[in-house]
Every structure is written in C-alpha cells, then in structure tokens.
Design a protein around this ligand. Sequence first.
Ligand code: NAP
Ligand code: G4F
Length: 346
Amino acid sequence: MKKIALITGVSGQDGSYLAEFLLEQGYEVHGLIRRHSTENLDRLADILQSPYHKVKFFLHYGDLTDSSNLIRLVTQIKPTEVYNLAAQSHVGISFEVPEYTAEATGVGTLKLLEALRLYGGSCRFYQASTSELFGGLEETAPQSENTPFYPKSPYGVAKLYSYWITVNYRESYQMYACNGILFNHESPRRGENFVTRKITLAVANIMAGKQEKLSLGNLNAKRDWGYARDYVIGMWKMLQQDKAADYVLATGETHTVREFVEEAFAHVGITLRFEGSGIEEKAYDAKTGRLLLDINPEFYRPAEVELLWGDASKAERELDFKREVGFKELVAMMVDADMKKEAGTK
Ligand code: NAP
Ligand code: G4F
C-alpha cells in the first residue's frame, strides 16, 4: 500500500525533521502550513530545494482551528498516517494567550480526529503529547506512562484535553491513535525563544561581540533534554506497531537550566562563576570577571514545572527507541550551529 503522511506543524522543529525522515523512508508527505505575512519555511529549505518538492512533498494552507479546511484536506490527501504536531507550543506564552492555546493545542486535535472519523478508512494517528502533562507532581519522578497527570499551564491543560480525546477516539471508534508523551527535545532548529536555543544563540552572539549578556528566568528548573531527530524516529515507530498505545520518549537524565548554561559557555572555553541566588543570581566569566548572565523576573512563569525526568523503558523495550545524542553532544551541536550561522552573517 502507498504510504501517505499528513504532518500538521510541518514548518516547526519536529515537523521538518519528521518530513525529512518520512521522505527517506519512501513516503509521500503532505504538510499543513499557515499563511504568514512573510514566509517562515526556513526549516524546510533543504526539502523545498530537493527533487522531492512537488513530486513527493506537498504543502497545503490550513489551520487546526478550521475544521472545514481539515475535512477537505483529509478527503483530498487520503493519508495513511497523520502526525498532529501543530500547536501553540510555548508554555510561557500560553499564559498570555490561554484561549487561543486551548483552541489550537486542545480543540484543534478534536477537529482533526473528527475529520479522520468522517473520512473513514484505517488511517493511523499520532498525537504530540508532552511531559508538561506531568507538571506539578515532583515526587513521582522519573515519570512514565503510569504517572498521574497534573498540568501547570494553559498549554499543559490544553494538551491534557488532546491526550484524552486521542485515547477516547481509540477506544470509541477503534482508531489506531497513539500519544507520544515526549520530554523536551532540542536541536539547532529549536525556536529561538525556548530556553536552550536562547542560551546557544546568546553564546554565539556574545562571542561575536553582538550581545552583552544573557538574561533568563528560573535557573533551577530541571529538564530531560534529548535530540529532536532521535525523537521523530520514535514517533514513526509508534505508528508501525500491531496495536496502538501511548509511549514516553525521554533520555532518563535530568539537568538544570543552570547546567545547560554552564555547559554552553564551557563549550566555547568560558568557565562561569555563579554568585547570589534568586533574582540576584549572576554569572561571570571566571577569568575576566565580565558579567555574562543575570536574572530577569519577566521570564518567570505564573506557575512552574520544576522537575521533568522521564522513564522511556516501555519505548526502549517495545519500539527499540534509541537516542544517538547525549546531553553534552546536544549542547555542543547547538552552540556550534549558532556559531557557524553567526560566522556566516559577517
Ligand atoms: P514548534 O517548533 O513550535 O512548531 C509548532 C508548529 O505548529 C509550527 O509549524 C506552527 O506553524 C504550527 N502551528 C501552530 N499553531 C497552529 C495552528 N493553529 N494551525 C496549524 N499549525 C499551527 O514545535 P515543536 O517543538 O516542533 O513541537 C511539535 C509538537 O510537539 C508541538 O505540538 C509541541 O507542543 C509538542 N511537543 C514538543 C516538545 C519539544 O520539546 N519540542 C515536547 C513535547 C511535545 P507556524 O510555523 O505557522 O507557527
Ligand atoms: O525551553 P522552555 O520554554 O521549555 P518548556 O517550558 O519545558 O516546554 C517545552 O517542552 C515541553 C515538553 O516538556 C513541550 F511540551 C513544550 O511544547 C516546549 O517544547 O523552558 C524550559 C525551562 C522552564 O522551566 C522555564 O521556566 O526553562 C525555564 N526558563 C528559564 N529562563 C526559561 C527562561 N524558558 C524560556 N523559554 N525562556 C527563558 O528566558
């Protein structure tokens, strides 16, 4: 049978890696994109310049909040696999736009599932669920498929709805529908306002003399950071099983934001000396005494998830999920990519 994938959120970090991977596997790939006043397809540049474009790779305008558009696209494309990656995916910003986040990140999933139910057939469905579902229950770490949920943001609450509506459609309509409960995953394609990329960009800019210092919020938050490309392979594997199920993808390691900053500066030969605590905390170049990091409470969130630490043993066992890139390599890869980009702009 011809394999046809529809990816919502194809212009995002994960969507771009997944599209590349599926094309390599021989799929015909369709991506949903939104209209912007200036085009934002940078992450798809390689595919758009490749022989795949308009032969095996097709883009369609749409929006997860527009059900008539989703029904039309599903009927027209006739996908065999749908990957629902589209979302207002920024946790901090979800406090600023809670209603829109509920519409896109929550109810949008229902709209897509309904489009698939109306279309009929045996299309498989992947939902981009998240470790933000675990949120506030620190005592339950490391977190697995059996850990209770306690979201701490409008984003987490919207994703909770998407998680359960996916389970509900699997149980009610015998759809092959999976939740991938993914812990944070990063790459040089990560959005610039997520903490890892904000840090690696700042390191590159500071080294180039274009930025004085880096300002962050909560340095004590702990995250389980993996590499995005490893994780999109896990998404695909979830849709290749005999029976649909939900899986955690994680590294099993957790690090503070402070450790990420230390490692990123260490990669360019700078050892940081931290002083103070809370909003008074600062970090200096241990050699020169130059201020390189301070705290700006603007980046604190009204409610915070302090600890994410995943247990991916089910995915390792059943999907043979593997991660090729560890924490230090990930930081190095992101810093190097931003340094290279910076050098290219001179
Ligand atoms: P991302 O880079 O922020 O990409 C989000 C994508 O969704 C973009 O292509 C964006 O399009 C699209 N989008 C946003 N609102 C939309 C709407 N209303 N209709 C259609 N498309 C819309 O996110 P990511 O890091 O690749 O993550 C992919 C998915 O996994 C998201 O659902 C995210 O919540 C989830 N997730 C991510 C992580 C992680 O650590 N990266 C972990 C767990 C779960 P534009 O380009 O037009 O903005
Ligand atoms: O990089 P972040 O914004 O990612 P967050 O909130 O963990 O969410 C990401 O991972 C989730 C999976 O767990 C995804 F579902 C979600 O879509 C997204 O991809 O923040 C990480 C941590 C937070 O604790 C935040 O408070 O870093 C802390 N932080 C400290 N200073 C900051 C900053 N975060 C951002 N974005 N910017 C700062 O200046």
